[in-house]
Write a new protein. Structure first.
Lengths: 93, 93, 93, 93
């Protein structure tokens, strides 16, 4: 059971909404929509995805990382390192 | 006919692949996948979306903006301003 | 003479302000400021730098790229390609 | 004493290097350097700043956040919330 477990339904709903945004983008391309309008939608979908990522990082720290620290030992350091690397990937993407 | 017209199929294909990534994320959440693995996939989908955006901006400049500049007049300035604003939204997203 | 020439003083001023922010960060580290306060200042300096970049891209399109397109020839394509690549580096940074 | 304390000299050195990059940008603008070359340097300075931020977040989790969790109580939750918000600002900048 991971950090986001208690919000599984919420994350599922947000991802289905993003899927809908991506399908909307496919229709826009199909219908020859104006480039700038497509770009506006791409930026909106990107923000929605980043927001999911920020939520997941936060839950992960609150649960998985916190638990590892409470239990102590080398596992705690490994969890913090892993989380730091995931955050670095997000900041750089 | 807009800038990306000659690559419509390519953009459609890339967006369908991103849709597949988003559906994969839904399954991961459903199956209680590990938070960090989900985050890695979110970062990959975000990069793919940004890459679509960069391609669209480039085609837009090559076609719509270039055409407006060739024709001259106030329309050219308006197109450049519009493109600059779209780029600013991308850089900030 | 490049795109930003008429705003040289403005860009100089903005960059000196960013230099001041970076020196402020050095003092914060020196004085053992709280990590989160330092991070807030790093985010502010990053935003200021990105805003300079967005301004430069916009001036570059309005002047250098527009001029190359007006003159036509292979130089125009090369300028658009070069600008697209610079935008891609910004979006990915 | 905060998370980055044991690396204070390293952070000071990195920030002085970034200050040098910003001063280099001022000279480029002063000397009418080509827009795209300036943009390349802006992207490099932005990456260097983000890399400092990622390092600070990582040290902050390893020290301040971990310590708060070990001690338990409401302070731990507050620290995790504060770190999550700082990470969100970074991802969005």
């Amino acid at each position: 059971m991971y950090g986001y477990a208690s919000n599984k339904d919420d994350y599922g709903k947000r991802l289905r909404r993003i899927e809908g945004q991506i399908r909307g983008l496919q229709r826009m391309v199909e219908d020859d929509a104006y480039c700038i309008d497509i770009l506006t939608q791409v930026a909106a979908a990107t923000k929605a995805l980043q927001s999911v990522a920020i939520g997941l990082v936060s839950e992960h720290m609150r649960h998985c990382v916190a638990q590892a620290i409470e239990q102590g030992g080398p596992e705690a350091d490994a969890k913090i390192k892993e989380a730091s690397e995931a955050i670095a990937r997000l900041v750089r993407s």
